[in-house]
Design a protein around this ligand. Structure first.
Ligand SMILES: Nc1nc2c(ncn2[C@@H]2O[C@H](COP(=O)(O)OP(=O)(O)OP(=O)(O)O)[C@@H](O)[C@H]2O)c(=O)[nH]1
Ligand SMILES: [Mg+2]
Length: 294
């Protein structure tokens, strides 16, 4: 049996979480068109009769501007240290940047093998692909696989290349486990995903979601009560919107996402609170879940 851990690393917004969701075959991480969607390490586990692959999703590499970003970057660098394989994801459509190559050069010096997934090939002209792939030619990587996570293109080929590089070993997780995160975590993340989709600029980046209650009524309906914590009174006003319209809309999207995830009806209540500069407050970061485990 093959079993191994794979750190999925790359620039913010490259398509890491989308690719893991496709590889695992379930949504284990939220996705959005904005950078810095993923804030912490999330495991996505794929178990088949002859292998188990533990994918470790990470926050995109990004210049830290506050303590939340520092936490995120530490999650990524720590994950990269202790795995069997680094799967470096690059956005083919955006093109390979100098910073991608310099990150790859750093990993190349370490002991962990590196494989590159060159993604989003569905939205770039086919003739541009070889031009971009040439940029990897001087690097000591185990391979570069062009893929489209959105179209599922070449994902099997990528999986085979990953498996080739993993050791033999016993499974780490029971076969029915797909993630290390709880339902409660996913409910908070689904709310954050809809906030990322609806609001622009700093608003979604300055939001934390706190779950106050999650219970199942005798009827089978889930009762979910959460707070959206934002950084400024004017952000709160925008999130709520005129006559509460914006909040109503984003909550309704979140409720639908939660219903799909839980497979049951959801009764959702949401409050918006302000905690100035929480992203730089160590105590609040800890309370909102952005703290290293001991
Ligand atoms: N067309 C196309 N879009 C993709 C593909 N993969 C991801 N995307 C889009 O790219 C955007 C970013 O995807 P994510 O999976 O959130 O990227 P990420 O690397 O996890 O981003 P961070 O968590 O912010 O670092 C989303 O809008 C995705 O829908 C792909 O194969 N094709
Ligand atoms: Mg992500």
């Amino acid at each position: 049996m093959k079993c191994g851990t794979v750190a999925v690393i790359g620039r913010a917004n490259a398509g890491k979480s989308t690719l893991i969701n496709v590889l695992v075959g379930e949504k284990i991480a939220i996705v959005s068109p904005k950078p810095q969607t993923t804030r912490e390490r999330i495991l996505g586990i794929l178990t088949e009769p002859s292998y188990q692959i533990v994918f470790e999703d990470t926050p995109g590499i990004y210049k830290a501007k506050n303590r939340l970003n520092d936490f995120m970057q530490r999650q990524t660098s720590e994950t990269a240290k202790d795995v069997d394989l680094i799967l470096f994801v690059t956005d083919g459509h955006e093109g390979i940047k100098e910073e991608d190559l310099s990150t790859l050069k750093r990993f190349e010096k370490g002991d962990i093998p590196v494989l590159v997934a060159f993604t989003k090939t569905d939205i770039m002209p086919a003739e541009k692909i070889p031009e971009e792939l040439i940029k990897f030619s001087d690097l000591d990587v185990k391979g570069v696989i062009p893929v489209s996570a959105r179209k599922g293109r070449n994902v099997k080929k990528l999986l085979a290349a990953i498996l080739d590089l993993l050791p033999e070993g016993d499974y780490i997780f029971p076969e029915d486990v797909v993630s290390d995160k709880s339902e409660k975590f996913m409910l908070r993340e689904i709310m954050r995903e809809k906030l990322l989709l609806k609001f622009d600029k700093e608003i979604p980046h300055g939001v934390a979601v706190v779950l106050n209650e999650y219970s199942i009524r005798p009827s089978g309906t889930a009762e979910v009560n959460l707070d959206i914590v934002c950084e400024k009174p004017n952000h709160k006003a925008i999130i709520i919107g005129k006559q509460g319209q914006a909040l109503k809309e984003v909550s309704s999207f979140a409720r639908e996402g939660m219903e799909k995830f839980l497979g049951r009806k959801v009764f959702l209540t949401v409050y918006v609170k302000v905690k100035e500069n929480w992203r730089d407050n160590p105590q609040l970061l800890g309370e909102y879940g952005y703290k290293e485990e001991d």
